[in-house]
Design a binder for this molecule. Structure first.
Ligand code: HEC
Ligand code: HEC
Ligand code: HEC
Ligand code: HEC
Ligand code: HEC
Ligand code: HEC
Length: 463
């Protein structure tokens, strides 16, 4: 199994397999390939399918219902058994995956499954530093609970030793006073002594409870989370080096609850003209063209910046893109036919579809957060909550997004009356704010915190 896939690996970009897996499969299949989640652990999957033609595994990944339902697969008892054992859960179809994509996925799956991963196409180790930071974080969390379990063990052992010791002391005392000796207790009698059992259960409840609650609170909350994105969009290039204002793209932040991720139309304001990037050349920008339906060759004609009509098929578009790639990379002698084909292959699944950006920040449904309240009224800088995004090549979640984080800032931050809407008597003036404002003005107060205007009231943040 491994031999085969490592051969493929030479022709494959393992990072792409990783990206595909994260985008499409990780929601149901464990990334360590060893645990069952919604879908089974994928370690050794090629072995399990080795008695069938290779094509069938590929067909399964592209459309599992096809394999289950299609008459030509009638004999596929393995797939049927698997499907039944997963309560007839239907796996999402991925018709856009090419053979090459699937090879890349299988290479990634094998690499992750073979722990240690010493061989070169080692995807896990090649992870960027931000991802590594997130991993270290997970590890730290893990070792935190290990410490607890060790503590529990020590506690239990010392209880047993203590019980034993007390037992011996009792016998000694009885011996001294000449009473009849209790029978010497065996180790098991001591361990099963009711007091020890009670302490043991208590310790287990405490440790178990702590770990469960801790995990539950941590669910969906992931500081330092920095997933790879379908297009290698860099905030460092855009907001940093080129100084583009955050709100040029995230224009929702000023006026609504959500900051909003820009549509490809926004990208195209600049990228009809900027057709090559400093780091990836045409590779990543081609994906924007594929998603938006832009025809980069048409801008050499009078109808500058035309988009493909919907009726133009994916293959026809790819032919145009190929022509463009050859043209655009003319002066770049290093680019080979294979590289051009790789660029085309990774853009192909994105043709005509909105970009599937991976969402990084996720508050639970029961919490209410509004950007406009903070950005427009509160005059809080994006960076206070998101860190120095303009220096990030890959966005990472900077704040913990915990309740404590919100509440602490509300306790410490003073409301900016002079600059915000409350000050304006015509519009929003409210008695309480006016009173506060006058007190601040006359020096009676040195400021009003968000807490004092009600920023710690449960219902302000909870539905
Ligand atoms: C919506 C959840 C879901 C997603 C997303 C998903 N799968 Fe699955 N997968 C399953 C389930 C459930 C099964 C078990 C069979 C069944 O019930 O259909 C399965 C089975 C499989 C199998 C067969 C496993 C075996 O042990 O033989 C492979 C291979 C597989 N998935 C690969 C993938 C790949 C690759 C992706 C991403 C491109 C993916 N899956 C995405 C849910 C999912
Ligand atoms: C040229 C457009 C553009 C500009 C300018 C820009 N962003 Fe973004 N931003 C994006 C895109 C596209 C994404 C989604 C892909 C990603 O996460 O990198 C994004 C994602 C984000 C995210 C993560 C969203 C999530 O998924 O939770 C944050 C936070 C963010 N941007 C903050 C900022 C800040 C702060 C600035 C200014 C310093 C800024 N952005 C400037 C386009 C832009
Ligand atoms: C007071 C803290 C705070 C400030 C200030 C702030 N954000 Fe956010 N941002 C958040 C939180 C919390 C989330 C997660 C929201 C959710 O999951 O509903 C978020 C989510 C996002 C997202 C993901 C999409 C969305 O709207 O959920 C983007 C993009 C984003 N912020 C960009 C910005 C930009 C750009 C600015 C500055 C103009 C900014 N943020 C200012 C706290 C903040
Ligand atoms: C306001 C103009 C502007 C907008 C809007 C814009 N970009 Fe860019 N983009 C640039 C500039 C400038 C460069 C750098 C070109 C250079 O340095 O040669 C660039 C470079 C890039 C690169 C190449 C990176 C590299 O290093 O190879 C990618 C990919 C990219 N942008 C994606 C996007 C995406 C996706 C969007 C929409 C979410 C977007 N851009 C929106 C101006 C913009
Ligand atoms: C960096 C500081 C900061 C952080 C972090 C922060 N806030 Fe705020 N928040 C403010 C400020 C400043 C205001 C006051 C805006 C104003 O003047 O009305 C505010 C106001 C609010 C209000 C309106 C309160 C009222 O009485 O009108 C709500 C609701 C709110 N924040 C929710 C949240 C939630 C939920 C989070 C965490 C996900 C959060 N905030 C994180 C600074 C912060
Ligand atoms: C400034 C905003 C804010 C205020 C005020 C606030 N909460 Fe929360 N609360 C949050 C956020 C954000 C979360 C989600 C944290 C997470 O995902 O871990 C949360 C989570 C919770 C949870 C779930 C447990 C957890 O930590 O995830 C409970 C229960 C809760 N809050 C109760 C309350 C009660 C009771 C009050 C009033 C005394 C209150 N909250 C006031 C923002 C707030």
């Amino acid at each position: 199994m491994l031999g085969l896939s490592f051969n493929w690996a030479n022709a494959q970009d393992p990072k792409k397999g990783e990206a595909l897996f994260k985008d499409n499969c990780a929601s149901c299949h464990s990334r360590d390939m060893k645990k069952d989640m919604t879908g089974p652990a994928l370690a050794g999957v090629e072995d399990r399918w080795s008695k069938f033609p290779k094509k069938e595994l590929y067909d399964w990944i592209r459309n599992s219902s096809g394999v289950l339902g299609d008459a030509s697969y009638k004999s596929h008892s393995y797939a049927k058994g698997l499907y039944a054992s997963y309560n007839n859960t239907v796996m999402t179809p991925f018709p856009a995956l090419t053979d090459e994509d699937i090879q890349g996925l299988l290479v990634y799956i094998n690499n992750m499954a073979s722990a240690g991963c010493a061989e070169p196409p080692c995807v896990a180790a090649a992870a960027d530093t931000a991802g590594a930071a997130a991993k270290t974080d997970e590890k730290e969390k893990g070792s935190g609970s290990t410490i607890l379990w060790v503590l529990a063990f020590v506690l239990v052992m010392s209880t047993i030793l203590l019980a034993r010791y007390i037992n011996s002391l009792n016998r000694l005392a009885q011996q001294r006073s000449g009473e009849a000796l209790d029978e010497e207790k065996t180790f098991f009698q001591i361990v099963l002594n009711p007091t020890v059992v009670r302490i043991l259960i208590f310790a287990l409840v405490i440790v178990g409870g702590y770990t469960t609650v801790n995990n539950a609170i941590g669910l969906g909350r992931q500081q330092n989370y920095a997933p790879d994105q379908p297009i290698k969009f860099s905030h460092e290039v855009h907001a940093g080096k080129n100084g583009i204002d955050c709100q040029y793209c995230h224009d929702g932040a000023r006026r609504s609850k959500h900051a909003v991720i820009p549509a490809t139309n926004t990208c195209m304001n600049c990228h009809t003209a900027i057709q090559k990037g400093p780091e990836y050349g045409t590779a990543e920008i081609l994906k924007i063209y594929a998603a938006s339906g832009f025809n980069p060759i048409s801008n050499k004609t009078p109808e500058y910046g035309q988009y493909f009509k919907e009726s133009v098929s994916a293959d026809e578009r790819l032919a145009v893109y190929k022509k463009w790639l050859v043209e655009a990379n003319k002066e770049n002698k290093a680019i080979t036919e294979t590289e051009i084909n790789t660029q085309l292959a990774s853009a192909k699944p994105m043709i005509g579809k909105p970009v599937n950006w991976v969402k990084i920040h996720n508050l639970p449904d029961h919490a209410y957060f509004n950007h406009a309240q903070h950005v427009t009224v509160g005059k809080v800088a994006c960076q206070d909550c998101h860190g120095k995004v303009e220096e990030m090549k890959l966005v990472k979640q900077y704040a913990p997004l915990s309740m404590g984080w919100c509440v602490n800032c509300h306790r410490q931050t003073k409301v900016k009356f002079d600059e915000n809407a409350y000050y304006n008597a015509e519009t929003k003036s409210h008695k309480m704010y006016e009173q506060y404002h006058n007190e601040v003005k006359s020096g009676k107060r040195n400021g009003v915190t968000v807490e004092e205007i009600g920023g710690l009231e449960c219902q302000k943040c909870h539905y």
